[in-house]
Design a binder for this molecule. Sequence first.
Ligand code: C5P
Length: 222
Amino acid sequence: MEKFNIAIDGPAGAGKSTIARLVANALGFVYVDTGAMYRAVTWSILQQGLPLEQTADLIALTERLDIRLEPGEHGQLVFVDGKDVTGMIRSAEVTGNVSRIASIAEIRSILTAKQKELASKKGVVMDGRDIGSHVLPDAELKIFLTASVRVRAERRLKEISGDRPDITLEQLEREIAERDRMDEQREASPLVKAPDAVWMDTTEMTIPEVVDRILELCKTRV
Ligand code: C5P
């Protein structure tokens, strides 16, 4: 099959990364997790102890960072200036601050430029919040994945229960709803469904069903 780009957007916990990785594997394409890039920046800012209100310093740091995504045996590996930060960028502290950092327009444009570059040779499945609407407006296939907040919180609970043993489903629901709110309401490229994206509510779908549906769409759309 000729190479093309697929954009997968949607709110937190909708299953984007799992689905995007499986679709990329099935097609022999490269998977790019753009949320991991915002997390890598947030991790670096926290690591350096920069005050979050000093936006100019945060932007300067982002400009200097060398962020690399590489395929690993169990998913994508993330490196910042050569250091493997794959596990660290999923911490509760990073998750709690990432949407604030991602609302800074200049940081978005630095990362968007890197994302466009990664997709320039085609054959990429990229997931995020603004891929179909902003980063890859010409992507051959755009998917907007969503699910009810309750189901998204249940899925996240399974993923993270080892790291935060005391967290409750209700707490996770609140955290997810708050991250959605910040991502949807920010001024710079907010989370929004591109007009030409295919809407998929995965509340009652299994992972293989979602993957098969996207692979079917690839045949008809491309
Ligand atoms: O996908 P993930 O939940 O790891 O993304 C973490 C955060 O990064 C999101 O809540 C959002 O604030 C930000 N993000 C973004 N634009 C993207 C990808 C992620 O603003 N393209």
